[in-house]
Design a protein around this ligand. Structure first.
Ligand SMILES: Nc1ncnc2c1ncn2[C@@H]1O[C@H](COP(=O)(O)OP(=O)(O)OP(=O)(O)O)[C@@H](O)[C@H]1O
Length: 684
C-alpha cells in the first residue's frame, strides 16, 4: 500500500506506506465524524510490485457486474448506487441522481459519493462492497473536517466582506469595479454569484459552496495592483489550493442543465453568465490544472465549452483538459483578436453568444485536412513567442538557442560522470517550475531528500545551513511550487515508470517529467547488444509518452566511456543512435575542468528540432548556491553552431552589462571545432 504524504501544497512526496493496511477502518472515529465529511487521502503513484493504475474502466465494469451492482457508463466516470449513503436517505429521495450518487473515475478508480461526500480509492470501494466494515455505510469512510483554522478564517473573511453595492463610498465601489474590469458587470450578476469585496485587502471575494450550495467551504481572494497601464492580479485561496477543490458557480447549476461553459477565472464566468445566460463554472486554479476530483461535478453535462483565455497557454490547457473530460463532448473557444477572454469580450461590446458558437469540437479524427489545421498554424504564427514555449529566467543563453521549453518534446541530456548533470538539470527544471510548469521528478540515483535539498538551495540561491532561521520562509515558498517526486529508487521497470507518469499527467496535469537517469530502467542485461536494445525500447516509450501526453520529458543518459580529455558529442550518448534521433533536443554538459580548472562547464545544445539553432555557452558553478546560472554581472558568450562540424555564428559579448550579443558570421575554417569550445579566448 502506498500513500501520498502531503508536505504542503503542492509539493508532494510519494512514499510507500509500509506495515499494516491503513484504510479508513483504521481511522479513529473522532477523525471521521462530523460535517463536512471529506478526507483528503490521495492515492499514491506506486512502485514496481503495485500496479500504478490499479484498475481500468473495463475492470471496473466487470467488477460491478460480478457483484450485481447496477451502473451507468458516463463520460469520465462510472455511476453506481453509493454504499456510503444511509438507507433512510435513499428511501427519502428517489431518482437516479440520488440512487446513483457514487462516481468512480474511469482512469484511476477513485470514487466520490456526491451525497455523503465520502471519497477514496478503488481498493477502499472494493473493501466496502465486500462487506468489510459497516462504517462505510455511514458515509464516514474517508471523511475529515477541513482544518478548523481554515474554516474559521473562511468565515471571518466572509463576514467582514460586503457586497460592492453596499460600500459606503460610491467612489470606492467605482474604483474597485474599474480595477477588476467590472464596469459592465451588474449588481444582479454579482449578487447571483454571491461575490463580495474585502475592503482592508482591496480584494474581491469569491465563495466556494459545498455541492448542495448550503455550506461555505472556501474562498478565493482576488487582489488587483496597478502596474503602469496594466493591472496585476494576485490570488489567495483558503484552504490552500491543493487542499480543497471546488468550482465557482456550482450552486447556480441545476440538475437539468446539460451544457456548461468552463472558464479559468471567476470574473470570466460573471461576464459569460450575464451576457449569455448560460450555466458557467470557473476552474479553481485556472489553466494550471483540472483536478480529477472535480470530474464528477461535470459528469451531468452533455456538452462542455472551454473558454479559458486569450493566449496560447489557455488554448493548450483547453486541449489538455478536454482529453480528461472526454473530447467528444467538448468544444473549445480559440483565442484570437476577436475572441479575447469573456470579460474582455464583454468590455469590448462583443457578442459572447456568437463567440461561443464559433467553438471548435475538441474531437479530432485520425486524419485531418489543412483546412482543420489552418487556424492552429495561424495561432502559432501570430504568437511566435508563446509557441516557442516557456522561457528560462536563469538561462538566457538557453532561450537564445532553444527559444523555450515546449510541451510534447523529448530532451536528452548527457555529460561525463560526476560533472554535475543532476545539479544542472535540477536548476533547469526548477527554473521552469517556478514559472508554473507542473513538474514530476524521477530521481533514481539520489534520494528525494537530497534532491529537494539541492533544489531548495538553488531556489534560495544560497546556503541554508548558515541561515537556518530563514529555512521556514524558503520552505514555505518552495512548497507552493507545482512540484512532485516519484519515490522510485534504484532499478525500475519502464512500464511502471510510464504508468506513474501517465497517472501524474492525469491527476496533476504534469507538463514536464525529469528522469535521472535512463540507466536505471535498463534491468540487468549483461550483453551489450541486449542493453542497447533495451535502451532503444525505453527511449521509444518515452518518446511516445511525450507526444501522446503532450508532456515534455527530459531524460538524463550517461555517455559512453570516452577518453577523459575528449569533448562529448551527440554520438557519445550511450547506446545506438536512437536516443539522438528520437530526441527533439540534445544537451551536453561539457566538463573542461582539466583545461580550465574546477567549476567551469559548458552547455552544448547539439540538436534543436524546433528551429535548428545549436551552440554552446559557458556555465559558472557556484558551490554555495549549487547554481549554474550566469550571475547577473557576467558577460554571456554564446556561440551558435551550424552542426557537429561547423560553427556559423558567434555571439560575442558587447562588453556592456546587459547588452544583447550580436551574431557574427564566421567561416568554419576560421573557428575551432564546435565540440571543442574555444576556451583559449575567454570573453572577459
Ligand atoms: N561545476 C562543478 N564544479 C564542481 N563541483 C560540482 C560542479 N557541478 C556539480 N558539482 C558537485 O559535484 C557533485 C556531483 O554532482 P552531480 O551529482 O550533479 O553530478 P552527475 O553528473 O549527476 O553525477 P553522476 O554521473 O554520478 O550521475 C555534487 O556534489 C555537486 O555539488
Amino acid at each position: 500500500m502506498w500513500v501520498l504524504l502531503r508536505s504542503g501544497y503542492p509539493l508532494r512526496i510519494l512514499l510507500p506506506l509500509r506495515g499494516p493496511w491503513m484504510g479508513w477502518r483504521a481511522l479513529p472515529r473522532s477523525l471521521a465524524l462530523g460535517p463536512p465529511r471529506r478526507r483528503y487521502r490521495k492515492e499514491a503513484l506506486a512502485a514496481l510490485e503495485v500496479p500504478v493504475l490499479p484498475v481500468t474502466a473495463t475492470e471496473i465494469r466487470q467488477y460491478l457486474r460480478a457483484h450485481g451492482i447496477p451502473f451507468q457508463d458516463g463520460h469520465s466516470c462510472v455511476r453506481a448506487p453509493s454504499p456510503f449513503v444511509g438507507a433512510s436517505k435513499l428511501k427519502d429521495e428517489t431518482g437516479a441522481a440520488t440512487s446513483f450518487s457514487l462516481f468512480i473515475d474511469k482512469t484511476t478508480g477513485r470514487f466520490l459519493c456526491m451525497t455523503s461526500l465520502a471519497e477514496g480509492s478503488w481498493e477502499d470501494f472494493q473493501a466496502s462492497v465486500e462487506g468489510q466494515g459497516d462504517g462505510a455505510r455511514e458515509g464516514v469512510l474517508l471523511s475529515e473536517a477541513p482544518e478548523a483554522e481554515d474554516s474559521e478564517e473562511v468565515q471571518r473573511i466572509w463576514d467582514r466582506a460586503v457586497p460592492l453595492w453596499e460600500l459606503p463610498e460610491p467612489e470606492e465601489a467605482q474604483l474597485a469595479r474599474m480595477m477588476f474590469g467590472l464596469t459592465k458587470v451588474t449588481d444582479d450578476t454579482l449578487k447571483c454569484f454571491s461575490v463580495r469585496y474585502l475592503r482592508p485587502a482591496r480584494s474581491l471575494v469569491f465563495p466556494w459552496f459545498s455541492p448542495g450550495g448550503l455550506a461555505l467551504r472556501g474562498l478565493k481572494l482576488l487582489g488587483a495592483k496597478g502596474q503602469g497601464d496594466r493591472v496585476h492580479y494576485v490570488e489567495t485561496t483558503i484552504p490552500q489550493p491543493g487542499a480543497f477543490h471546488n468550482l465557482f458557480g456550482l450552486p447556480l447549476i441545476s440538475r437539468r442543465d446539460v451544457e456548461v461553459v468552463l472558464t479559468s477565472r471567476e470574473l470570466d464566468s460573471l461576464a459569460l453568465s450575464q451576457s449569455t445566460g448560460l450555466p458557467t463554472l470557473a476552474l479553481p486554479r485556472g489553466t494550471a490544472c483540472l483536478p480529477p476530483a472535480l470530474l464528477p461535478y461535470l459528469e451531468q453535462f452533455r456538452r462542455i465549452v472551454l473558454w479559458l483565455g486569450d493566449d496560447l497557454r489557455s488554448w493548450e490547457a483547453a486541449k489538455l483538459f478536454a482529453r480528461k473530460l472526454n473530447p467528444k463532448r467538448c468544444s473549445l473557444v480559440r483565442p484570437g483578436d476577436q475572441q479575447p477572454s469573456p470579460l474582455e469580450a464583454l468590455n469590448q461590446g462583443l457578442n459572447l453568444s456568437r463567440i461561443l458558437r464559433t467553438a471548435l469540437p475538441a474531437w479530432h479524427k485520425s486524419i485531418v485536412s489543412f483546412r482543420q489545421l489552418r487556424e492552429e498554424v495561424l495561432g502559432e504564427l501570430s504568437n511566435v513567442e508563446q509557441a516557442a514555449g516557456v522561457r528560462w529566467s536563469r538561462f538566457p543563453d538557453l532561450n537564445r538557442l532553444l527559444k523555450g521549453h515546449r510541451k510534447g518534446e523529448l530532451t536528452v541530456f548527457t555529460g561525463p560522470t560526476g560533472s554535475g548533470k543532476t545539479t544542472f538539470i535540477s536548476e533547469y527544471a526548477l527554473d521552469l517550475c517556478t514559472q508554473g510548469v507542473n513538474t514530476l521528478w524521477g530521481s533514481f540515483e539520489i534520494s528525494n531528500v537530497r534532491l529537494a535539498r539541492v533544489m531548495l538551495t538553488q531556489f534560495a540561491v544560497g546556503r541554508l545551513e548558515e541561515q537556518l532561521d530563514k529555512y521556514d520562509e524558503w520552505a514555505d515558498r518552495f512548497e507552493d511550487l507545482p512540484l512532485y517526486f516519484m519515490t522510485f529508487h534504484g532499478q525500475q521497470s519502464i512500464r511502471t515508470v510510464i504508468d506513474t507518469m501517465q497517472h501524474a499527467v492525469y491527476v496533476y496535469d504534469i507538463c514536464h517529467v525529469v528522469i535521472d537517469n535512463l540507466q536505471f530502467m535498463m534491468g540487468h542485461e549483461q550483453l551489450s547488444t541486449d542493453r542497447i536494445a533495451a535502451q532503444d525500447y525505453i527511449i521509444g516509450a518515452f518518446r511516445k509518452f511525450a507526444t501522446d501526453s503532450s508532456c515534455h520529458v527530459t531524460l538524463v543518459i550517461h555517455p559512453r566511456k570516452e577518453d577523459d580529455d575528449k569533448e562529448l558529442q551527440t554520438a557519445s550518448i550511450f547506446g545506438s543512435a536512437k536516443a539522438s534521433q528520437e530526441a527533439d533536443n540534445v544537451l551536453i554538459l561539457q566538463d573542461r575542468r582539466l583545461v580550465t580548472g574546477p567549476g567551469k562547464r559548458y552547455l552544448q545544445v547539439s540538436k534543436n528540432r524546433f528551429d535548428g539553432d545549436v551552440g554552446v555557452f559557458p556555465l559558472e558553478f557556484n558551490k554555495s548556491s549549487l547554481t549554474f546560472s550566469i550571475p547577473p554581472k557576467s558577460k554571456a558568450r554564446l556561440k551558435k553552431i551550424k552542426d557537429d562540424n561547423g560553427l556559423v555564428a558567434k555571439k560575442p559579448s558587447s562588453g556592456k552589462k546587459g547588452a544583447v550579443p550580436q551574431i557574427s558570421e564566421t567561416h568554419s575554417d576560421q573557428v575551432p571545432n564546435p565540440n571543442k569550445p574555444d576556451l583559449s579566448k575567454p570573453s572577459r
